[in-house]
Design a protein around this ligand. Structure first.
Ligand SMILES: Nc1ncnc2c1ncn2[C@@H]1O[C@H](COP(=O)(O)OP(=O)(O)OP(=O)(O)O)[C@@H](O)[C@H]1O
Ligand SMILES: [Mg+2]
Length: 224
């Protein structure tokens, strides 16, 4: 379980997140929506331990982020908004490189299977020659190497064609429902959010997304 209480993030004079509280249970896929600059990436970076909040508490499976950050990190997979893989390597070399950095050991076959699960079959191909969508799939496969319980995905499907989006959505669904992972992800595609997420948090004072998603019958709560 993920528990967030009274989270605040201030960048110098600017307060981006204020008194945000949320929870997630195993097996849930939760969307995070809001206009550009609302604070979605900030929230994911706080949950990914990449930044510290200026106020508030976060706990994952009862572990406090402040007291047990090392242990917490082992349980988190994070895909940043900007793709971060080695362009000059092949898919295989990327997977094996990141496997060596991971605390969990994986065989070459297991690494390959993670890519196949995502319909990424270009094992020997150079990353430079992959499409944007394939690179995103590779980034996602890398984030799963250490079998995290919490997956934080920042716009994982931006610029991806509908077929790949659907494949990724189906895969995320199986990760949550069959393997009990908690998944939080951001997207500006409300159809996708509606199709994939169990429920949604909307960041920001504007009720635009709240209204839109409520109309579609998706449970949504506002964070400020
Ligand atoms: N390192 C930083 N220093 C100062 N301000 C920052 C920093 N990172 C983000 N911000 C500001 O915080 C606000 C929230 O940014 P954030 O990237 O979290 O928004 P977002 O919801 O992810 O937006 P987008 O939809 O464009 O990705 C913005 O106003 C941004 O300018
Ligand atoms: Mg962002």
């Amino acid at each position: 379980m993920l528990e967030v209480e009274g989270l605040q993030k201030r960048y110098k004079q600017k307060t981006v997140l204020e008194n945000c509280s949320l929870q997630m249970k195993q097996g849930e896929i939760v969307g995070l929506v809001g206009e550009n600059g609302a604070g979605k990436s900030t929230m994911l970076q706080l949950l990914a331990t990449i930044m510290q909040p200026t106020k508030g508490e976060i706990r994952l499976d009862g572990l406090s982020y402040k007291e047990s950050v090392k242990e917490v990190r082992r349980k988190i997979g994070y895909v940043p908004q900007d793709i971060s893989i080695w362009e000059e390597f092949t898919v295989e070399q990327n997977m094996l490189f990141f496997e060596r950095l991971s605390w969990k050991k994986r065989t070459q076959e297991e690494c390959r299977q993670l890519c196949i699960d995502m319909q990424l079959t270009h094992w020997k191909e150079g990353v430079q020659s992959l499409s944007g969508g394939m690179k995103r799939k590779l980034n996602l496969a890398i984030s799963l190497l250490h079998d995290p319980i919490l997956l934080l995905l920042d716009e994982p499907t931006v610029g991806i064609d509908l077929k790949s989006k659907t494949e990724i959505g189906t895969y995320l669904h199986s990760l949550a429902k069959n393997k009990g992972k908690m998944i939080m992800y951001t997207s500006h595609d409300m159809d996708e959010i509606t199709n994939v997420c169990d429920r949604v948090y909307s960041i920001g004072k504007d009720s635009f997304y709240m209204d839109l998603l409520q109309e579609k019958g998706i449970p949504v709560e506002q964070l400020r």
